[in-house]
Design a binder for this molecule. Sequence first.
Ligand code: UDX
Length: 440
Amino acid sequence: MSRICMIGTGYVGLVTGACLADFGHQVMCVDSNPERVEGLNRLSVPFFEPGLDDLVAKNALERRLTFTSDLPEAVRKSSAIFIAVGTPQSKSGATDLSAVREVARQIAPHLTGYKVIVQKSTVPPGTSRIVSEIIRKNLKRGSKAKFDIVSNPEFLREGSAVDTFMHADRIVIGAESARALKVVSELYRPLYLIETPMVRTNIETAELIKYSANAFLATKISFINEMARLCEAIGPQVDVNVVAKAIGLDRRIGPKFLHAGPGYGGSCLPKDTASLLYFSKERGVKMPVARGTVEVNDTQKDFVLEKILRAVGSPRGKTVAILGLAFKPNTDDIRESLGLDFARALMKRGIKVRAYDPVAMPASQAVMPKIVYCPDAYQATKGADALAVVTEWNQFRQLDLGRIKRLMRRPAIVDCRNIYDPSTVREIGFRYQGVGRGEA
Ligand code: UDX
């Protein structure tokens, strides 16, 4: 059993903290926001993530998982201190490291004996070394404390984060001392029992692995979205879903992340690809593949928006129903949400927007109160001139489209995620547009 201090109870910190507690470690989660800490102490998880409520409750009740604002005490009591604070994108595209730097300054004076600082936040290569320097400069005068810094990137997927932690494809540990490597490796021991591969490397390589992984995933998505555009130009005979399926059967390519759609959103891929472009440019390296990936993603949004506008025709007095506001299913995260982007663009043109999302409506309401939020998918389609299915929640796959047709003013569907069978939808009487599947 190790004693762990997890600084930051955002998405990454809370999921990692709860999962490590479930492995039997003693985890103290620290957050500077006292309301958040108070809520967590009442076992109220501040965001929606399947399985996380139960995991937090179980480990908190068994006293392996605690929440506090007292950073000095949590640091003193721990052998491993995780930094899991936000690294948002600044306007220039650079990663804003102020929270990471601030935490480093706060940790330093409370270090005693030997401790390992684990960098979990996604940071450009070289940052962990800078963090190490900040800590060194801020140690108490005459301090005999010793520490090592380790980069241990996360690969959690929102909506299935607990599962991606418990069944990780790999653990990456960037460490430069055998002692630090041992401390961090031990934390993940239950995963080695199920033969999870571990990549041991140096700090900068570990930092870069995270960006490479996300850039590659983003590249797959932009690649298939580009193919989708080509499919449409070739004609209605060609369906990008079939192309993706066939190329995905080649084991060198693989079937995942080849779903055409409105482009990637969320808190990671857009930010990390922008950051990669920024820090590669700083180093004088041109990255045309990564640049192209970002460019395709930026324009894919407009490509799909055009479909919705085409379905609506003249915007005057028109209404669009949007199903799905979360950036992906099984989350209430609306960062870089395509549903909200589309709503904004439509409302700017005077089009009324009715919307439904199983969990992301409260968050959406806070930023876009003018959308008409509806209690279910059917209510959202009432009187609409077009229906845009933007997030592929499972419940949208099984909708009674006959009923929806009767509810809508004009039967037009823009299937932004290609979840319906075009001919079935057309037979019901809809004008159907998918992404890369020909036009009606
Ligand atoms: C991603 C990475 O997958 C994860 O490893 C990393 O730690 C954080 O970033 P996440 O942002 O939670 O995870 O979601 P992900 O499932 O990767 O989806 C990102 C975006 O890409 C979503 O908008 C999704 O709709 C889109 N996407 C994904 C596609 O458009 N097509 C696909 O085939 C896959």
